[in-house]
Design a protein around this ligand. Structure first.
Ligand SMILES: C[S@@+](CC[C@H](N)C(=O)[O-])C[C@H]1O[C@@H](n2cnc3c(N)ncnc32)[C@H](O)[C@@H]1O
Length: 375
């Protein structure tokens, strides 16, 4: 997974592979995935913002309890039990610095030699199969295996950073976080449409539609609606897709705004309520959140999810791991126990909470919740 926020990347992957078992292994950027079909893996690679690649039956090994010779023997056995057809190449990279005493280029060369001796044809420019070798400096661990994906993270926000869109406001979310939140809230494709009840400049709306999800973005202010529409069209090269709609309306009355056929079908809500001087809330923050979550529940499918983003004061020690729901967070608006209670009262169950650092004096709380069963 990407280094940006491994905890969120892990949660995103778990949401995209709901029938798989994920177990962290080696360090916080690697996890072993059991029972993910090839089709689901391809979809996850296409949609996820935090995923770099899969290594098929990947070999994970701490360098503390082995030698390069023993490690190569283990890899030789792996390659014999996982033969491939076509041309091959070895690609290596490191995360977070070197592993002292271990040379990645030497190991890659030796692996290339083993593959050659096994009769494989090496093609460094357009190989059919890539053997990835990843070294994680801080944990002194190596991961190696045949790679699915390109190892770069298919998701790139380079071309559509918020500041480059036709309509920009300081509230605009970064595409990487927006994509992650959509995946976390809605899970794999095909579960149902996505709703962004307070779309602003359309950060979530754009990522949901680019990932092939039907989506409606709602905002109470017509300037935002026009701006989000312009951004949506721009993100699609000038033509807005037919299954992404921006509407003026009230997040507290989604049942009046959404197409009739969507009632009871919405799979995911992504909620970034107004705060600070740059957004204009229609009602006081807590009341707006409460009425929006109640309204969302009325149009949600049985196992719908939502992601809520709230500004908070930075934690004393920042962590990218999932945090306990009982952690003490200092919200900019209201209190964490108050918001948590409100979420539960509105018929939702908090699942996980993560914190992302924005700058020295501001962080964001990213809460993932599921619709509670009736009653
Ligand atoms: C923090 S901004 C959202 C920013 C957005 N995520 C983006 O990437 O630009 C909150 C938005 O909520 C909208 N809003 C406030 N009250 C609302 C309501 N009752 N219904 C719908 N939208 C509302 C504001 O107009 C504002 O655009």
């Amino acid at each position: 997974m990407r280094g940006w926020h491994p905890g969120l990347a892990y949660a995103e992957l778990a949401a995209l592979l709901p029938n798989s078992t994920l177990t962290q292994e080696g360090n916080d950027r690697w996890c072993r995935v059991a029972d993910a079909s090839p089709a689901r893996r391809v979809e996850a690679l296409k949609l996820a913002s935090g995923l770099q690649c899969f290594l098929l039956d990947g070999v994970v090994q701490s360098t503390n309890n082995t030698t390069p010779e023993k490690w190569l023997e283990r890899l030789h056995a792996y390659l014999k039990s996982h033969p491939v057809e076509g041309t091959v190449a070895v690609r290596s990279w490191k995360q977070g610095g070197k592993i002292s005493g271990w040379s990645l280029s030497e190991l890659s060369g030796r692996l290339g030699g083993i593959l050659h001796d096994m009769g494989c044809v090496i093609d460094l420019t357009e190989p059919d199969h890539v053997l990835a070798l990843i070294a994680d400096g801080p944990s002194a661990a190596l991961a190696c295996g045949w790679m699915e994906g390109d190892g770069q993270a298919a998701f790139s926000n380079g071309e559509r950073r918020a500041g480059e869109r036709p309509y920009f406001k300081p509230v605009s979310l970064d595409p990487m976080l927006a994509r992650l939140a959509v995946n976390l809230a809605a899970g794999p494709l095909g579960r149902g449409p996505v709703v962004d009840p307070m779309t602003g400049t359309g950060g979530f709306l754009i990522e949901a539609s680019l990932s092939g999800r039907p989506v409606v973005g709602v905002d109470i202010h017509s300037e935002m609606v026009q701006g989000a529409q312009a951004n949506l069209e721009w993100a699609h090269g000038g033509n807005a897709p037919s299954d992404a709609i921006v509407k003026r309306g009230d997040a507290s009355r989604l049942e009046d705004v959404l197409p009739d056929g969507w009632h009871g079908k919405v799979a995911g809500f992504v909620l970034d309520p107004p705060y600070g001087r740059n957004s204009h809330g229609s009602v006081e923050a807590d009341r707006l959140l409460e009425s929006s979550l109640k309204s969302a529940r009325t149009v949600a499918c049985a196992d719908a999810g939502f992601v809520l983003i709230l500004p908070i004061h930075p934690l004393e020690s920042h962590s990218t791991a999932a945090l306990s729901l009982d952690h003490t967070f200092s919200l900019l608006n209201g209190t964490w126990p108050g918001v948590r209670g409100l979420i539960e009262r509105c018929g939702w169950v908090p699942v996980s909470v993560h914190v992302e650092r924005v700058h020295r004096s501001l962080s964001r709380l990213i809460l993932h919740a599921r619709r509670a069963a009736q009653g």
